[in-house]
Each structure stands twice: as structure tokens, then as C-alpha cells.
Write a protein that binds this ligand. Structure first.
Ligand SMILES: Nc1ncnc2c1ncn2[C@@H]1O[C@H](COP(=O)(O)OP(=O)(O)OP(=O)(O)O)[C@@H](O)[C@H]1O
Length: 234
């Protein structure tokens, strides 16, 4: 994919991102890492179109994230699964397909089953989110993101609320999706996953992209900030 970040400044009460400029091409699985509060989730939300930048623009494969069509190309997986609690895992998916994509019932059922199978949930699809594990619910939310056939899958710390075993389960399931031909952009604290799955890494510090490169930058950090980060997370 091609990402162009042009003069991005984003502000809540304070400036969270400060005059970011960045171009990236020909990578398919991009990890954003950095300490808490460095602006990772904000950058991810801006790139996905979930939120609009205060100043500047971002182009993903030459389309502005401000273009209403951009959102249609995006599947987003949140920190917490965000499924409707009163619906089964399968209905959580078919409802989205029927309402937002105007897909008929039979086809929606077939698509939901396809992606729930892919995420190893064929025996759980009739259950509601509170009757499955956190890892299974998170995998269902990944199935839901995939079901709309997006070009880009954004994941914002998808394992933040999971224990190590469930984290492994979810991240292994994501790794199995590598051959689907989707573009992945994700925020994570799990560096083993970054090493295994990412083909490019963006390290953020204090609202800036401080260092970026192939995953090898984790082993050979150049900047003081990434060196310090790697000491603390090892
Ligand atoms: N909706 C919001 N309203 C106000 N301030 C916000 C909002 N979202 C984020 N912030 C602030 O922006 C800064 C960056 O937050 P962001 O969530 O992007 O960082 P992060 O690197 O993803 O952190 P974490 O790893 O803890 O999720 C923080 O100081 C945070 O408090």
C-alpha cells in the first residue's frame, strides 16, 4: 500500500500529533509501536478515517482519508471486541452485511460462516459474546471486519485486554490471514508479533514518527528513544 501523511497536526486538549510528514510505499503489514500516549492510536484512527485530522491530510493508495469512499475500504478492529452483546457472533456479522452493505440474508449467512470458520469459530457462532472467551470474541470481531471485504484492516491493540494465552490465540489467527491479500496496519505492544507479522515498523514518540524501517530496527535501534523503549519492553 501507499501511505502519504502530509502536514498532519491533530489536537484534542493538547497537540497529540505535531506536523507529521511521511511517505511509505510497497508494504503490506505495518506495525505502529511506542510508549503509551505517544499518539499511536490517534494516528491509526486518522489513517482509517474513523477520525478526521485537525490540520493536513493523509492519502492511502492515493485516496484522501477525508473522502467518504475511504471508509468503505476499511475494516477496523478495536481494543475491545465491540460486538453487540444481545446478538450471536454470527448475527453480529450478518446484521452489518445486511444493513450497511445491503446484502441479502442467504449471502450474508454464507459470508459470516466463511469468516467465522476462517477464525476457527464454526462451533461458537450461535453463542452470544458473553458466552465465549475474550479471545474468541475478539476473533469474531476480526471476522466481522473481514466480512465487508475491506482493502485495509486496521487493528488497535487487539489483544490489550487479553491474557498471554488468548493473546497468542488471536495473534496466531491474524497471522494466518497473511495470504488473504489484505493490507494490515496495527498498533500493538506485542513485539514478537511485530517481528513475525510486520514488514514495516513505525516507532512513535511524543506525537512524532521518531524512527521507522524494517522490523530489524527493533534489534538495531538508532535513536535514543527507540533504544530506551527496547530496554523497557524486553
Ligand atoms: N478522544 C480523546 N480526547 C482527548 N485526548 C485524547 C483522546 N484520545 C487520545 N487523547 C490523548 O492523546 C494522547 C495520545 O493518545 P493515543 O491514544 O493516540 O496514544 P497511544 O500511543 O495509542 O497510547 P496507548 O498505548 O496508551 O493507547 C494522549 O495524551 C491521550 O490522553
Amino acid at each position: 500500500m501507499k501511505i502519504q501523511i502530509e502536514n498532519i497536526t491533530h489536537q484534542y486538549d493538547v497537540h497529540v500529533l505535531k506536523d507529521l510528514n511521511f511517505i511509505l510505499e510497497n508494504h503490506h503489514s505495518i506495525a505502529i509501536i511506542g510508549v503509551s500516549g505517544s499518539g499511536k492510536s490517534t494516528l491509526l484512527r486518522l489513517m482509517s478515517g474513523v477520525e478526521k485530522p485537525t490540520i493536513g491530510d493523509i492519502y492511502i493508495n492515493d485516496m484522501s482519508v477525508r473522502d467518504p469512499n475511504h471508509k468503505k475500504r476499511v475494516g477496523f478492529v478495536f481494543q475491545n471486541h465491540n460486538l453487540f452483546p444481545h446478538l450471536t457472533l454470527k448475527r453480529n456479522i450478518t446484521l452489518v452485511l445486511e444493513k450497511t452493505r445491503k446484502i441479502g440474508k442467504d449471502q450474508a449467512n454464507a459470508i459470516a460462516e466463511k469468516y467465522l470458520n476462517l477464525l476457527h469459530l464454526s462451533d461458537q457462532m450461535k453463542k452470544k459474546p458473553n458466552k465465549v472467551s475474550g479471545g474468541q470474541a475478539q476473533r469474531a470481531s476480526i471476522a466481522r471486519a473481514l466480512s465487508i471485504n475491506p482493502e485495509f484492516i486496521f487493528l488497535d491493540e487487539p489483544t490489550a485486554s487479553l491474557d498471554p494465552i488468548l493473546t497468542y490465540e488471536v495473534l496466531t489467527a491474524v497471522e494466518e490471514l497473511k495470504d488473504l491479500g489484505k493490507e494490515f496496519i496495527f498498533v500493538t505492544h506485542v513485539l514478537s508479533f511485530v517481528r513475525d507479522f510486520a514488514d514495516y515498523v513505525i516507532f512513535m514518540h511524543d506525537g512524532q514518527i521518531r524512527e521507522h524501517g524494517k522490523p530489524e530496527i527493533l534489534d538495531y535501534p538508532k535513536t535514543y528513544e527507540l533504544k530506551e523503549f527496547m530496554k523497557k519492553v524486553r
